[in-house]
Design a protein around this ligand. Structure first.
Ligand code: URA
Ligand code: SF4
Length: 197
């Protein structure tokens, strides 16, 4: 009999691959790669940009200041970290938190693609312009500024069925722009209605 590997087995294998990855120059300057964290059985995935200082130290996504904002936003709609899956488009920290380059995104994004294929989420929330641009393009949408499309729900078809993409501001912007924090809160409330519909 052929046994189908579980999501758990597939993800563990993929995470091992990411931990050993040298596909782009960031491997030389990382302390720890950050594959992702949370439930593999979840309906909802959050995709950020790249690990920062604390993420690189701990090997976990969104554990620094931006992570605290994300935790608060999740709490606002009654979700725990352990109920969702959180990852980034680039798995190793760019030096001094600079923007990831096109080459780094191109090298690393296949891991995100694989994570999406394993988890088969119903909703993908993209946090910030890099993950938004990548995911929107991947599913055939025009890439537009986050200021224009944040909080909107885009319906896409995949091999495993219909999914919704919801672009949002990156939680780090809430640290220095209170107005954008309010917009993030509004977008999270919309996400809650989408999840319960
Ligand atoms: N910012 C991100 O985009 N991802 C993290 O994991 C932490 C901060
Ligand atoms: Fe590999 Fe991605 Fe890390 Fe580059 S950022 S070394 S592609 S895991």
């Amino acid at each position: 009999m052929i046994s189908v590997p579980s999501k758990e087995e597939l993800m563990k294998k993929l995470e091992e691959k990411i931990r050993k990855c040298k596909k782009c120059p960031l491997w030389e300057v990382r302390t720890n790669p950050v594959p992702g964290d949370g439930s593999y059985d979840t309906k909802i995935m959050f995709v950020g940009e790249a690990p920062g200082y604390w993420e690189d130290q701990m090997g976990l996504p969104f554990v620094g200041k931006a992570g605290k904002v994300l935790d608060e936003l999740l709490k606002l709609i009654g979700l725990k970290r352990s109920e969702v899956y959180i990852t980034n488009i680039v798995k190793c920290r760019p030096p001094n938190n600079r923007d990831p380059t096109e080459e780094e995104i191109k090298a690393c994004a296949p891991y995100l693609d694989a994570q999406i294929d394993i988890i088969k989420p119903k909703v993908i929330v993209t946090l910030g312009r890099f993950s938004t641009a990548y995911i929107m393009k991947k599913y055939g949408f025009n890439v537009e500024p986050i200021s224009k499309i944040h909080g909107r729900v885009f319906e896409a078809r995949t091999l495993f069925g219909k999914i919704y993409i919801v672009p949002m501001y990156h939680p780090a912007v809430a640290l220095y722009r209170p107005q954008l924090r309010r917009e993030l809160e509004e977008d999270f409330k919309k996400l809650k209605s989408l999840l319960s519909s």
